[in-house]
Design a protein around this ligand. Sequence first.
Ligand code: FNR
Length: 380
Amino acid sequence: SRLQEAATVEDLRRLAERRAPRLVFDYVDGAAEDERSLRASVEAFDQLVFRPRILRDVGAVTTTTRILGRETSMPLVLGPTGFTRMMHRDGEIGVATAAASAGVPYTLSTMGTTPAADLAAAAGAGWNWFQLYVMRDRGQNLETLAKAREAGMDVLVLTVDVPVAGARLRDVRHGMTIPPTLRWKTAGQAVRRPAWTWDFLTSEPLSFAAAGGSPDDLAGMINTMFDPTTTLADLEWIRGEWEGKILVKGVQDVDDAVDLASIGVDGLVVSNHGGRQLDRAPVPLRLLPGVREAVGPDLDVFLDGGVRSGADIAAAVALGATAAFVGRAYLFGLMAGGHDGVTRMLQIVQAELTRTMQLLGATSIDELDHRLVALEEGTP
Ligand code: FNR
């Protein structure tokens, strides 16, 4: 099939572009303002140079590792994404079951389109995490956390880089609403993508735990629901309300990383939200080594933004990451072919990671260290 012929995540992206209407594809593929943060994050991976070691026995290689003390098949986490059932009717359950089969964690977003209980019922065999945005309505936060806990989720990812919505200009120009509404401008796109359109019209309407009801533009929705006054005090409050582990996602500064480490969070995600918030934000891959150095070897530090291959994952780990999160990479798979597309994405990156490790002369994730990577040619 076309999914099996896809050899890279970029191939899946092209299939996704052919299956989803333009405004849906652009919601995933796009970023904030002039998309500099996104481009720079991807380019940092393009520019890095591997420094392989030779004559090492790489006959037997394992990509297994430990994330928050628990074994996973590789150093990869499927990160939180909103409105996942808009990309394909398989939605969050399709992604989570693919992650469970592949042996990597999946993170359900506050803005997800599947209730935590339904996700647990369908994908309870996997390791499912929950991502929280702090809402103005504190009672709503408590309810959301209770549902996640009841669904067996034991890791909370607190995303802190959305005090206000970033300006996703592709969405603005499409007049994008959540859920998408049919209007003259977009009807043509829908007609040209009959498979997606049929699926969308015949599946459960996009409802989501967090929001009110009528279609709204995403920025409007975020700005009315999310609490821009959130501080470390709220993190302390959430720690009192959540017994499981807590990661803070959206770390973009070494001093912030040190502050969070010193109050004892379980992990940090160095992230600029895939370039969807502040444009000209720090590039996660370049920030990572400094964060790792500052917080020491024991804290779990994750990175996301621009990870599109197993080689990218190897590089992130070599530069200090415990594991990488991905967003778009699995959404391209999902848009291209639902659950099976996500499975294909996971096969592709697993094979790339294994091959990259062998070519680098590393037989285990522990052996991926900074001497194997230079951020660009000529750097030490
Ligand atoms: C996101 N991201 C995100 N993050 C989060 O904490 N909660 C959310 O609801 C969402 N929603 C969301 C939707 C879409 C369509 C995308 C592409 C991203 C950010 C996501 O978790 C992650 O930080 C980035 O996607 C990482 O960059 P890459 O892997 O997409 O390049």
